[in-house]
Write a protein that binds this ligand. Structure first.
Ligand SMILES: *[C@@H]1O[C@H](CO)[C@@H](O)[C@H](O)[C@H]1NC(C)=O
Ligand SMILES: *[C@@H]1O[C@H](CO)[C@@H](O)[C@H](O)[C@H]1NC(C)=O
Ligand SMILES: *[C@@H]1O[C@H](CO)[C@@H](O)[C@H](O)[C@H]1NC(C)=O
Ligand SMILES: *[C@@H]1O[C@H](CO)[C@@H](O)[C@H](O)[C@H]1NC(C)=O
Ligand SMILES: *[C@@H]1O[C@H](CO)[C@@H](O)[C@H](O)[C@H]1NC(C)=O
Ligand SMILES: *[C@@H]1O[C@H](CO)[C@@H](O)[C@H](O)[C@H]1NC(C)=O
Ligand SMILES: *[C@@H]1O[C@H](CO)[C@@H](O)[C@H](O)[C@H]1NC(C)=O
Ligand SMILES: *[C@@H]1O[C@H](CO)[C@@H](O)[C@H](O)[C@H]1NC(C)=O
Length: 574
């Protein structure tokens, strides 16, 4: 019992200044030593315990009345902050922030000591050393590092124009020093970079300007065991393939100890990317985020390329974290060979299709041209006498058959024999008088290279079957079946082949027929019209026997002069 009261007495004696003898729990105690004449702010925050508490009120002990919320007063509370604009010597003392929520009460205490400081004024050449309000920072020799300006104020205070000093001399940005946000990056650190530094910033609050100043004692060290060195887990000096013109975001992931205040940033050509691209903003550094691991922190700071340009390829974009650095190099992706392959195949197919199309369209012209250009002078070796046997409907009454006779006996010989130099066997012209029909056909048809059959629809005036003898049909059926080539010429459009012999039907189906398109007058025809070209195409290539009893055309076969055919042209007259 006595022990308990003694302990209670001790506690109440130790904290005689703490007001509000209620059940508030003291959770934090801070010591702040600051020089007078500058703004100072303290946030009422301590541990996660107090999160969610709505009411935080500042007191200056031993007073029981809260510090005013009037923003125009030199000392006031602003949200959770206690703000001095600026500090005066008499502000030294103990301040408390009481944190209340529905069920509990916590208390934070700040022991504030304000002192008078001379900094680089006329009374002293050197900046003061080992002053109480100095922040301690370390730089590693041979590496690059940074100093941090501690500016901890509520959002209503606008901070800008950050300046850095070594001793009393202002530091100019250059190769060695580059200011970055609230940091000063120091490159290629040497032992003499240690010493007294200061940073100052202009603070603007409700239109009034103040100057805040930090004093930093910098101490230089050799790089130690590495435990303190931040570890860049990505990038790893790797290349990244990226298409020209596409956007790109690359993370820099760093793990660092909780105590380290290393800055993390991206550089290109040894310049901060945000500075290098400050006009175009095409490449920007992202806002750093962090995740707490067990006893380290994982930091991520990304670099964003809105659009990758040619000049970015091959360049080193380096992520720095304190003394550590790692870069990425952008690379154009290797051309996609599959695309080329597909393109090549497509082009090839297109070529094949167009060649086939051209061949089909101009097949006849091509073949005829080829024959005329590369004709052979050798005698035919198939021991045949005629190029074609012409089979045509015959009519009892002359008037009916007049047109057919004109075609067969006048026009065909005119064009194929005279102009083109073919030799035809025409029944009714070439047989010897008195010969039996069957034997004429039988003997002569075998001496022919082609069988030319002129057909007409059954209903028309040139009825076909009616005019053919059964022997004829039997003979040419046999020939066709033995592979003799047949040229089918329709005198009129034939719609119904079903009444024709089977072999004709077959030929028609397989090879089609040539449609006669001229009239039957005796007017001269030209071998160069479409119809005759088709016929010539189906005729055997013309040969030029060296010794011939037949009068032949010259080197240009099937010649005719415009409109009027001139059979005499090119005739070799012995
Ligand atoms: C100040 O403290 C409040 C209450 O703990 C907290 O919500 C806020 O984030 C703090 N502000 C800063 C800038 O740390
Ligand atoms: C917070 O507490 C102070 C003093 O106890 C009181 O004047 C104020 O109204 C409270 N504010 C809120 C939001 O509860
Ligand atoms: C407050 O800080 C000053 C200077 O550091 C010290 O002398 C004083 O004892 C402190 N007061 C309390 C209550 O801790
Ligand atoms: C970097 O860390 C973040 C988590 O903070 C993770 O989502 C991301 O995948 C990491 N990136 C790389 C490249 O490792
Ligand atoms: C890189 O920086 C150097 C100076 O540090 C400068 O001479 C050079 O022109 C820069 N290169 C580019 C591509 O900006
Ligand atoms: C890059 O950083 C920005 C913040 O600066 C963030 O909004 C964005 O989501 C980040 N992008 C990626 C892919 O992490
Ligand atoms: C982590 O990020 C938060 C803001 O997202 C910041 O307030 C805090 O200072 C960061 N922590 C460290 C150790 O950088
Ligand atoms: C990456 O290159 C930097 C120099 O830019 C070097 O210091 C670092 O060791 C390299 N890191 C790796 C993983 O190769």
């Amino acid at each position: 019992m006595g022990m308990t009261s003694l302990l209670f007495c001790g506690v109440s004696f130790a904290l005689p200044l703490f007001v509000a003898a209620d059940t508030c729990k003291d959770i934090c105690m801070y010591n702040e030593i600051i020089s007078e004449g500058q703004p100072f702010a303290f946030n009422c925050t301590c541990s996660s315990e107090t999160n969610g508490a709505v009411n935080r009120t500042w007191y200056k002990t031993p007073s029981h009345s809260p510090i005013s919320n009037n923003r125009h007063l030199r000392i006031h509370q602003e949200q959770t902050w206690l703000l001095f604009l600026p500090l005066a010597l008499e502000d030294s003392g103990i301040y408390q922030c009481v944190i209340r929520n529905a069920h509990s009460c916590y208390r934070i205490a700040v022991n504030l000591t304000v002192f008078k400081k001379h900094w680089c004024d006329s009374s002293m050449e050197e900046s003061p050393i080992n002053s109480l309000d100095e922040f301690q920072q370390t730089l590693f020799i041979g590496k690059s590092g940074n100093l941090v300006c501690h500016l901890y104020f509520p959002d209503s205070c606008v901070l800008d124009s950050i300046k850095w000093y070594k001793g009393c001399e202002e530091i100019k940005a250059g190769k060695k020093y580059s200011p970055l946000r609230r940091m000063l990056l120091v490159d290629n650190i040497a032992a003499e970079d240690g010493g007294s530094y200061a940073c100052s910033a202009r603070l603007t609050h409700l239109g009034r300007h103040f100057t805040v100043r930090n004093y930093i004692a910098v101490d230089t060290k050799e790089v130690g065991s590495g435990a303190m060195i931040p570890n860049i887990t990505y990038p790893k000096n790797n290349t990244i393939e990226v298409q020209l013109g596409s956007p790109l975001i690359v993370d820099c992931n760093i793990t660092d100890t909780k105590e380290n205040t290393n800055p993390r940033y991206w550089k290109v050509n040894n310049t901060l990317v945000d500075h290098y691209y400050k006009d175009s903003k095409r490449i920007q550094e992202g806002i750093e985020t962090n995740v707490s691991l067990r006893n380290r922190i994982l930091y991520t700071v990304n670099i964003t390329f809105l659009e990758v340009k040619m000049e970015d390829y091959g360049r080193l974009f380096t992520c720095h974290a304190g003394v550590s650095a790692a870069y990425i190099i952008l690379k154009r992706p290797a051309p996609d060979f599959r695309a080329y392959l597909i393109g090549g195949i497509m082009a090839f197919l297109l070529l094949v299709v167009s060649v086939l199309y051209i061949y089909n369209t101009f097949k006849i012209d091509i073949v005829l041209w080829y024959r005329s250009a590369f004709h052979t002078a050798q005698a035919p070796d198939d021991e045949k006498l005629y190029d074609a046997y012409v089979l045509y409907p015959k009519y009892q009454r002359k008037s009916q058959g007049h047109d057919v006779h004109t075609l067969v006996l006048k026009i065909l010989p005119e064009v194929l024999e005279k102009q083109c130099g073919y030799k035809l066997f025409i029944f009714g012209r070439d047989e010897f008088p008195g010969q039996a029909v069957a034997s004429v056909i039988d003997e002569n048809i075998k001496l022919c290279r082609r069988l030319m059959v002129l057909v007409a629809p059954e209903s028309s005036s040139f009825g076909f079957l009616k005019s053919l003898s059964e022997e004829q049909i039997a003979v040419y059926n046999a020939l066709i079946q033995h592979g003799m080539k047949v040229i089918l010429i329709e005198l009129e459009k034939v719609k119904d082949y079903s009444t024709m012999p089977e072999s004709i039907q077959y030929i028609r189906q397989k090879h089609g027929a040539i449609q006669w398109d001229g009239d039957f007058t005796e007017q001269s025809q030209c071998a160069k019209t479409k119809f005759w070209k088709k016929v010539r195409y189906h005729m055997p290539p013309r040969r030029y026997p060296a010794s011939s009893s037949v009068q032949l055309l010259g080197h240009t076969p099937c010649n005719c002069t415009a409109g009027k055919c001139n059979a005499a042209t090119g005739l070799i007259t012995p």
